[in-house]
Design a protein around this ligand. Structure first.
Ligand SMILES: Nc1ncnc2c1ncn2[C@@H]1O[C@H](COP(=O)(O)OP(=O)(O)OP(=O)(O)O)[C@@H](O)[C@H]1O
Length: 451
């Protein structure tokens, strides 16, 4: 049917390839397809598809369907038990082979999603267990509250303010913020402060699972909705009464976004392949780490869905735009990992802190947390110094003369105040400067007035 060297190319592919002729007889299975089905090409070549795969019928075989209609079938999820008894899940695209305007066969390309499907099934089971056992003490999942959000900058306080208001309602929320800024932290805090706090909180990253499986994960499936499917609730059902957080919404296929919009508007869901509808009461929170305008411009998010979700809008600023929070966060993570690693609470030198403040943190708070964690794992003494920092952060120390003089001045004032028992007049006398000048410098360096 094809040039002989194309079969060699097919054999080198990661996807399974199955080819049948116009009579439905197997012409070729590449190596991956033989592995998926646990079948030897020599045993099946020339035999009819239904003879080789007795669990299929004229109606359910996509290859025979395509042969009959001449139309291709795209992204069809299929789960089946192969000849070794293994459960295999593939996503298939089946195309007619046309010569001189006539269908002379069909080709099926199968992407192996077995391991991904296994992981997503386990994930749903786990989320299911968490929701079912929400009242039992033995499986208590600690969700974040507003108390866990560290930061006193105006930027973070105004975001917190909006989020606290959001927790008083059940309206949808749309959150935008770069990766690692704390979106999920805020979402959890909104849930735990809301009236839904005793009901499920479920988070799903839309980019973490293949598009073809996402619909089943969200909406659930019924037996027979696709080959090998099972009766299983989706996350929308599991989140009933609670909050569903959809992270990286821009990775959700547009067709699924349309179905989601219907759920938000009508409050009813239908499992994949089901005819019955079910009422659900879910609070929706969605987020993206790409600016919403950009998502709309690139057509990654449906406009109608965006406007429906953006009832309460929250934008979490990057860490570099709220540098005054860095010292607090650093201290918080030092404390956190001191407890976790069973170490005494470490200190941090001024120049190390200065580099941490000056660095731009493209990975935001997650990067800062990992940096502190990794330093603390290696640390043997009690003070984090410039030398403990990774080179790219260390390089952020400000070596300008003005800064060096200021750092020296700060240290000198600190030491003299200590010697003088925090008596400002005595310290000023010792440093030979007017008392008011000293008071101004104390405020500048330490942010407080020492009497
Ligand atoms: N203000 C904060 N105070 C304390 N910890 C924080 C704060 N913001 C973020 N974190 C911590 O930083 C890490 C990353 O936060 P989170 O997962 O909420 O970020 P995200 O914006 O949802 O990231 P992504 O977009 O990659 O999903 C978490 O360990 C979280 O606890």
């Amino acid at each position: 049917m094809f040039d002989s060297n194309i079969y060699e190319i097919f054999d080198s592919l990661e996807d399974g390839i199955t080819i049948i002729d116009v009579k439905g007889r197997i012409v070729f299975l590449n190596k991956k397809a033989q592995k998926l089905d646990n079948i030897d090409l020599n045993e099946v070549v020339g035999r009819h598809v239904l003879e080789v795969y007795p669990s299929l019928s004229q109606r359910t075989s996509t290859l025979l369907n395509v042969l009959e209609t001449g139309n291709s079938i795209k992204d069809n999820t299929q789960s089946f038990i192969n000849f070794k008894g293994e459960k295999i899940t593939t996503v298939n695209t089946t195309l007619p082979i046309i010569k001189n305007d006539k269908v002379v066969g069909a080709i099926e390309i199968s992407r192996d999603l077995t391991s991904v499907k296994k992981i997503t099934d386990e994930l749903i089971n786990l989320k299911n267990q968490l929701t079912i056992k929400k009242d039992s003490k033995d499986i208590e999942r600690k969700l974040y509250t507003f108390m866990d959000i560290i930061g006193e900058s105006n930027e973070i306080l105004s975001v917190k303010n909006i989020a606290i208001k959001a927790s008083n309602s059940s309206s949808p929320v749309f959150i935008y913020g770069e990766t690692g800024v704390g979106k999920e932290l805020f979402v959890q805090a909104i849930h735990t402060s809301s009236s839904r706090r005793n009901n499920p909180f479920i988070a799903q990253n839309c980019a973490a699972v293949p598009e073809q499986l996402l619909e089943g994960i969200l909406f659930g499936t019924v037996k027979g909705s696709f080959t090998g499917s099972e009766d299983r609730p989706g996350l929308l059902e599991l989140a009933d009464g609670g909050t569903l957080y959809l992270d990286e919404l821009n990775s959700m296929p547009l067709s699924l976004q349309a179905k989601l919009l219907r759920v938000i508007q009508d409050g009813v869901i239908r499992r994949v392949g089901d005819i019955k509808e079910k009422k659900v009461d879910v609070r929706f929170i969605a987020s993206t780490n790409l600016h919403p305008e950009e998502c709309l411009k690139r057509g990654l998010i449906r406009k109608d869905l965006y406007y429906r979700l953006n009832v309460i809008s929250i934008e979490i600023p990057e860490l570099k735009k709220r540098k005054s929070d860095i010292p607090l966060l650093v201290k918080h993570f030092i404390e956190k990992y001191s407890i976790k690693l069973g170490k005494s609470n470490l200190g941090i030198s001024d120049d190390a802190m200065e580099s941490l403040i000056n660095y731009s943190w493209p990975g935001n708070i997650r990067e800062l947390e990992h940096t502190i964690e990794s330093i603390m794992n290696l640390k043997e003494d009690n003070l984090i110094t410039l030398n403990d920092l990774p080179e790219h952060i260390k390089a952020c120390k400000d070596f300008s003369l003005q800064n060096c003089i200021e750092q020296y001045e700060k240290k000198l004032i600190e030491d003299t105040l200590k010697i003088c028992d925090n008596n400002v007049s005595l310290t000023a006398k010792k440093l030979n400067i007017p008392r008011q000048t000293l008071q101004y410098k104390i405020k500048k360096y330490f942010g407080s007035n020492i009497k």
